[in-house]
Design a protein around this ligand. Structure first.
Ligand code: AMP
Ligand code: ZN
Length: 460
């Protein structure tokens, strides 16, 4: 297998991946803002993270992933106040829905899902550390990060920030800052808003500080990988670097990975604000299967290219998943069959994924293999060993794809037993009994085919 290379947003280059501690990967992922249901655009980024994680795991790494839940911010505060609910009461159904959608899409669960509201003391203490090192100032009761105190600011986003005039005093969001680039760490209490009484005064945290505080709490001061959608590069991740490195003096993140957006048919970013979004729930109600949604978001495009969301994309995904299902059934192999994937096909698959997670290339190779063998299954006999090897390849690919439903062992046992009984009945010229068994299988959703290699079955 070739070495895993990943595109690091910070260096703007493909880099060979090696974690700080051999064999172990510490990965942080910016999670949802639970002011509403997440849309499938958000889940495209989640599935990119799932892909990354599964590829790391399939290469033998033990991955500890942490995904935060942003459960305090302007919209949450406003909407919970409008409905006279506490923040927890307001966000609970959206947090539950998020976890439900993750499991619908077969996303591997993170080790922790820390919530911002449960980590106020950690954020306050981080701000105090920044204060002790001269990175902060207070204005109108709010605490700000002073960008001028952190010369490396801009290392991630490579933006030319010189156009923003330093020193100009501007009012943004009613808070006054020394420099427009400065960002708020702690927001002073506003009348009628939820607040925490802390050593920094009454108020609530800014958005950026939560990710620095929670990632370092759960994963240590230097993370291997930090991910998110491209919209988070600036200012969110740039600010995370300033806060974390400003406080610890150590490298915060070794590899920054960002996913491009899911777009609507017109090329606009899918977003709540533009109202051009669909939720997982919407798509399920329209009759799309969870596996098709997963497949579409996972394989529709390379993670660094935008993906246009459409009915076509979903239909093609339905078709691809069906073809894989049918192929597995046609192989007619027991779940515990032993075989090793064909070396060349496995190598193509692994190498494509090692090359900055090129899932499109991997899937292309897989379907070429499936197509080739399918033709031969139609025409010539394919040995049990070759079928077992193909089956092993599909199992290998499914560690990443996770869209194939391999027939359950008990069901297969029953089918195999009934097929054997049917054969005995036929051998004894008891055709009525043989037909009854065929009908019984049909009622179970299994169609039999008599081929020159013996009986094969397929799900209806
Ligand atoms: P939010 O819930 O808005 O905080 O976003 C959660 C995650 O979804 C972040 O990593 C965003 O970058 C990502 N995201 C937001 N919109 C899209 C989109 N249209 N396509 C892909 N990822 C997105
Ligand atoms: Zn974040």
């Amino acid at each position: 297998m070739s070495k895993l290379t990943l595109f690091n947003t910070a260096s703007q280059r493909l880099e060979e991946f090696a974690p700080l501690v051999p064999g172990q990967v510490r990965m942080y992922t910016c999670g949802p803002t639970v002011h509403d249901y997440s849309h499938v655009g958000n889940f495209r980024t989640v599935l990119f993270q799932d892909l990354l994680r599964r590829v790391l795991e399939s290469q033998g790494y033990q991955v500890t992933q942490v995904m935060n839940i942003t459960d305090v911010e302007d919209r949450i505060i406003r909407k919970s106040a409008e409905r006279a609910l506490s923040i927890d009461e307001y966000t609970a159904p959206y947090i539950d829905a998020y976890h439900e959608d993750l499991s619908t899409l077969r996303v591997e669960p993170a080790a922790e899902y820390p919530r911002a509201t449960r980590h106020i003391p950690e954020m306050v203490s981080l701000i105090q550390q920044l204060d002790a090192k001269g990175h902060t100032y207070v204005s109108d009761g709010s605490t700000y990060f002073r960008i001028a105190s952190f010369p490396r600011y801009g290392v991630l986003s490579h933006l030319n920030l010189s156009g923003i005039k330093a020193g100009a005093r501007v009012d943004v969001d009613e808070y006054s800052k020394e420099d427009p680039r400065d960002f708020v760490l702690w927001k002073a209490r506003k009348t009628g808003e939820h607040f925490w009484e802390t050593a920094l005064g009454p108020g609530r945290p800014g958005w950026h500080i939560e990710c620095s505080a929670m990632s370092m709490k759960y994963l240590g001061e230097t993370l291997d990988i930090h991910t998110g959608g491209v919209d988070l590069i600036f200012p969110h991740h740039e600010d995370e670097i300033a806060q974390s490195e400003g406080a610890t003096g150590k490298t915060f993140v070794r590899y920054w990975l960002h996913a491009q957006h899911l777009q609507d048919a017109t090329g606009e970013k899918m977003s709540k604000r533009l109202k051009n979004f669909a939720t997982v729930r919407d798509l399920l109600a329209e009759g799309y299967t969870p596996r098709a949604i997963r497949y579409a978001l996972l394989t529709g495009a390379h993670y660094r290219s935008p993906l246009a969301f459409s009915e076509d994309l979903l239909r093609q995904a339905e078709g691809a998943v069906r073809r894989l299902d049918e192929f597995v059934v046609r192989l007619n192999i027991a779940e515990d069959a032993t075989g090793l994937p064909p070396e060349d096909v496995k190598r193509q698959w692994d190498d494509a994924l090692s090359n900055d997670l090129n899932i499109q290339e991997a899937v292309g190779q897989l379907f070429k293999f499936v197509g080739g063998l399918n033709t031969r299954l139609d025409s010539a006999s394919v040995s049990e060993a070759e079928r077992a090897s193909a089956y092993a390849m599909l199992k290998h690919a499914n560690r990443i794809l996770d869209v194939i439903d391999f027939p359950a062992r008990e069901l297969e046992d029953t089918i195999t037993r009934l097929i054997a009984e049917r054969k005995s009945a036929r051998d004894a010229n008891d055709f009525a009994r043989a037909d009854a068994i065929r009908d019984q299988l049909k009622a179970m959703g299994i169609q039999l085919y008599d081929t020159k290699d013996g009986v094969r079955w397929k799900r209806l």
